[in-house]
Design a protein around this ligand. Structure first.
Ligand code: NAP
Length: 303
């Protein structure tokens, strides 16, 4: 299969790139290994994407998908297993076959970071969860905990508080990283108890999660909280091992690029959370998609 542009990832960045590339008259394949929409499908409510008011993450994902599909982009559910980016044409190998491309846009997003404490792995899927929207309903009426201090942890704590009897929000510092509007809402919520300067040391239970051991970093005191679930919301990490040696990565593993979305490899562009950038938001991911597709179209014109 041969396309002008192959886009890796069907989140807001990849789908926006597809729209712009199709409007430039190019043939486009978008390859996605998991689920269209990327991380936003795990977001209970999106209220800061301009022009659309409040929507669930799934609704926004569907709208992005439909818009890209309507332009005529081929959106394919196949995971990428290998890339050969430094040749012409470039080759992207997937679980379903081989794609040749004039230019490639990497928009594979970032993955959830693990907490790394004892018991996290053992109880994963049995009370330890990385998606409050997906799993919160299983713990209706119960006491649960969530760890993290960013927008995800704050939004998810609010979501859980509407379903669960009590939510312990555990953050390792005394200041949240997330937006003030969410911090204020969390602080005002009666059934959320915030444990600042605290870390989760261990998840315990027999068959499923029964408690977590939490340590206050200042006093050194430890306590066991009897909860049915631990939601982990400690941020994102890039997964770019496929591209090592072909495009330059930062020390943290993000693909190095500026606002022009150009990578160190000719004809390879990058959009969204997977690149080095200041602000990882849906709107900046979508903007990157537009920039990357336009840059790729120009590059194809001259090569
Ligand atoms: P994030 O902003 O990177 O926050 C991660 C949080 O986890 C930080 O508070 C961090 O603590 C904490 N953390 C990291 N490693 C930890 C560890 N090992 N143990 C305990 N705590 C740990 O990640 P995010 O909340 O997933 O958000 C990702 C991006 O999406 C951000 O840019 C965010 O703004 C954006 N987002 C936006 C919205 C929205 O605008 N509505 C919603 C969700 C996400 P420190 O603060 O001490 O570093």
């Amino acid at each position: 299969m041969k396309y002008d542009i192959v886009i890796i990832g069907a989140g807001p960045a990849g789908l926006s790139a597809a729209v712009y590339a199709r409007r430039a008259g190019l043939t486009v394949a978008v390859l996605e290994q998991n689920i269209y929409g990327g991380q936003i499908v795990n977001t209970p409510e999106v209220e800061n994407y301009p022009g659309v008011g409040r929507q669930t993450g799934v609704e926004l994902a569907m709208a992005l998908y439909n818009q890209a599909a309507d332009t005529g982009a081929d959106i394919v559910l196949e995971g990428v297993t290998e890339v050969r980016l430094q040749q012409d044409p470039k080759v992207v190998v997937t679980t379903g076959g081989e794609y040749e491309a004039g230019a490639v846009i990497i928009a594979n997003g970032a993955k959830r970071r693990l907490l790394g404490c004892p018991g996290e792995d053992t109880f994963s899927g049995r009370g330890v969860s990385y998606c409050a929207t997906c799993d919160g309903a299983f713990f209706r009426g119960k006491e649960v905990s969530i760890v993290g201090g960013g927008n995800t942890a704050l939004e998810d704590a609010l979501f859980l508080a509407n379903n669960c009897s009590k939510v312990y929000l555990i953050h390792r510092r005394d200041q949240f990283r997330g937006s003030k509007i969410l911090v204020d809402a969390v602080v005002a919520k009666q059934n959320i108890e915030i444990l600042y300067d605290s870390t989760v040391e261990e998840v315990t239970g027999s068959d499923k999660v029964e408690a977590i051991r939490v340590r206050n970093k200042l006093s050194g005191e430890e306590q066991s909280l009897p909860v049915s679930a631990l939601f982990v919301a400690v941020g994102l990490a890039p997964e770019n091992s496929l591209f090592t040696d072909q495009v330059e990565l930062s020390e943290a593993g993000y693909i190095k690029a500026g606002e022009d979305c150009c990578t160190s490899c000719d004809g390879v562009f990058v959009a969204g959370d997977t690149r080095t950038k200041e602000l990882r938001q849906i709107v900046t991911a979508a903007a990157d998609g537009a920039v990357a597709a336009t840059a790729a179209a120009r590059w194809l014109d001259t090569h």
